[in-house]
Write a protein that binds this ligand. Structure first.
Ligand SMILES: NC(=O)c1ccc[n+]([C@@H]2O[C@H](COP(=O)([O-])OP(=O)(O)OC[C@H]3O[C@@H](n4cnc5c(N)ncnc54)[C@H](O)[C@@H]3O)[C@@H](O)[C@H]2O)c1
Length: 333
């Protein structure tokens, strides 16, 4: 199935800009709707000379505009969202409204014109579950509504419910992707993302800031592998109506990550430990581990991330001699 004309909300963001690049490389026409709240022109500046690329600076919550644009496209990627722990804690109203209202508007328009739509959800939806690795059909364990960080997970879970409801009621082809920590060039550390912050600190020989004691463990997936999965999913109709994890299983503690970044950057940085309360206020909940079960992605689209953590860090730091292989290259052989 070919989808020539593709609409990408949040296309000026970190993941969105890499997705747009890949879509254009495949010969598709791309329209971005982005309000530049956390995205940047600089992320897509190099694409603007392409006659098949269009940018509309607007909110994905603008119903009339979104409906008109959805009608003109064959496939929709809905990435626009409030993101980053820091922003979510500091701007809870914006978090809930942007996530839920935006997705409602996009899904309604897609239902009206029966356009396939991929929605980026998050591993946060698993909440405090300790059933590692996280399977898409496992129970989720949310924290209390009085703790603001859970607003992001709950709003994204509601997006999933709404998308699946459209699939159930009108057979709308919806593709729901739960992204685990995704990292790569263009990601900003401004909203609480750890890898770009560490790399920036290491490259300037400043202390790396580790929240808590650094024993919490995470898996970091390259944006190139993630984009590869985002491209493949809507090409497989069997994936419609399914929730799919995308992330790596290569786990590392945050302290271990800090040490690895310092080492790979050849930095003289030291490590500062900052209590969670100081960074995010009293009563901040964090999870010790978050590892995806990616068997569903493997079965549906043959997805298996190709980038290793050291290559990812080196690419972000601008230290790689040549890019590590894309999954597509590995598969082709
Ligand atoms: N990067 C990750 O590790 C990660 C992990 C889990 C889920 N996700 C999801 O992936 C998607 C992309 O995230 P990202 O990391 O690229 O973040 P990002 O902040 O770089 O991208 C989000 C984009 O959406 C735009 N945006 C926000 N509100 C908007 C609105 N109302 N209308 C139009 N545009 C709006 C922002 O300006 C930005 O360009 C999000 O849905 C996010 O929840 C990302």
């Amino acid at each position: 199935m070919t989808h020539e004309k593709v609409l990408v909300t949040g296309g000026a963001g970190f993941v969105g800009s890499h997705l747009c690049e890949a879509l254009l490389r495949e010969g598709r026409s791309v329209t971005v709707i982005d309000d530049l709240s956390t995205g940047r022109w600089a992320n897509i500046d190099h694409l603007k000379r392409d006659p098949h690329f269009r940018v509309i600076m607007a909110s994905a919550t603008e119903r009339a505009l979104v409906t008109e644009e959805v009608a003109r496209h064959d496939l929709v990627y809905h990435l626009a969202s409030a993101v980053g722990v820091k922003l979510i804690i500091e701007q809870p109203v914006r978090t809930v409204e942007t996530i839920f209202h935006g997705t409602d508007v996009v899904l309604n328009a897609c239902a009206r014109y029966h356009r396939p739509v991929l929605i980026t959800s998050t591993s946060e939806v698993y909440g405090k579950s300790e059933r590692i690795p996280f399977r898409e059909d496992a129970d989720v364990v949310m924290g209390p509504t009085s703790k603001r960080r859970w607003a992001y997970a709950c709003a994204k879970a509601l997006d999933e419910f709404l998308a699946l409801a459209h699939h159930y009621q009108s057979h709308l082809p919806v593709y729901i992707v739960r992204l685990f920590n995704t990292v790569g060039p263009r990601q900003t550390g401004q909203y609480g993302m750890v890898v770009p912050s560490f790399v920036r600190q290491a490259l300037s020989d400043r202390p790396l800031t580790v929240y808590g004691d650094g024993t919490q463990r995470r898996c970091f997936c390259s944006v190139h592998d993630v984009v590869d999965g985002l491209l493949r999913l809507p090409a497989n109709e069997a994936a419609a109506g399914q929730v799919v994890n995308l992330g790596t299983q290569e786990e590392i503690s945050i302290l271990g990550l800090a040490e690895r970044v310092i080492d790979l950057c050849g930095s003289r940085s030291t490590i500062d430990f900052v209590p969670y309360e100081e960074a995010y206020g009293a009563g901040f909940d964090d999870m010790m581990r978050r590892v995806p079960d990616t068997r569903r992605a493997a079965e549906l689209i043959g997805w298996d991330p190709a980038w290793r953590l050291d290559d990812i860090i080196q690419e972000i730091a601008g230290l790689a001699d040549r890019p590590a292989p894309l999954l597509a290259d590995v598969v082709r052989g």
